[in-house]
Design a protein around this ligand. Structure first.
Ligand SMILES: *[C@@H]1O[C@H](CO)[C@@H](O)[C@H](O)[C@H]1NC(C)=O
Ligand SMILES: *[C@@H]1O[C@H](CO)[C@@H](O)[C@H](O)[C@H]1NC(C)=O
Length: 192
């Protein structure tokens, strides 16, 4: 192998590294997790801000949501009280559905309010791109979907987001007659 070739290979590797920030490999072995905990008193907590759009497609053949349960009275309820949905919704960089996918919102939402449409949200934001590829954030919150801003607690996370806590703020960007929604999310999270 010539010198030129080795240099160009190195260049290719370096360029690939610059073009796509790769998530650092996190050692998940129990012994490594214990070492991680032991170093915590010397590790500074940091604030990370994330911004993305949640694409909730309930209609058509590209639907990313399934309705899995209802009670007998759900059909008569103005707030669809009792309905349970499972989602695997794309998270995108921009608002348009064909915008670059940065992750998925995987979980359950359920109508848990008899007074107004208010969902109980139990989900993970599973990131699939860039620096946070492979990391996730867990959300457990109250989502009254017709309010301008909905605030939901981030109650934990994995990998880059171990021991995360924070706030996810949701704001509807677009809602069509079929019920498909594009929701803007601003996430602020403390983690190590
Ligand atoms: C479903 O997704 C495919 C591929 O992205 C797209 O071409 C098609 O128009 C979509 N269909 C509907 C009904 O949105
Ligand atoms: C994300 O990580 C997975 C698993 O390590 C890898 O296969 C995939 O190519 C990565 N995706 C991006 C966009 O970096």
């Amino acid at each position: 192998m010539g010198k030129q070739c080795i240099i160009s290979m190195l260049c290719a590797i370096l360029l690939a590294g610059i073009a796509t920030p790769v998530a650092p490999a996190i050692d998940k072995r129990p012994v490594a997790v214990e070492t991680w905990f032991k170093k915590l008193p010397h590790t500074k907590e940091k604030l990370t801000k994330l911004h993305f759009y949640f694409q909730d497609v309930v209609s058509g053949k590209n639907s990313t949501v399934v309705r899995v349960a209802d009670s007998k009275s759900t059909i008569k309820s103005p707030t669809v009280f009792g309905a349970v949905f499972v989602m695997d919704d794309p998270l995108t960089e921009g608002p348009e559905p064909d915008s670059k996918i940065v992750g998925r919102a995987q979980g359950i939402y359920s109508s848990a309010s008899m007074e107004e449409i208010g969902f109980l949200m139990i989900l993970n934001f599973v990131f699939t791109n860039g620096k946070y590829n492979g990391s996730s954030l867990s959300v457990l919150g109250h989502n009254p979907i017709f309010h301008k801003y909905r605030e939901m607690p981030i109650i934990g996370g994995s990998d880059a987001f171990r021991l995360a806590r924070g706030i996810a703020t949701a704001k509807t960007y677009r809602l069509n007659n079929a019920g498909d929604a594009i929701v803007e999310y601003n996430v602020m999270v403390l983690h190590y």
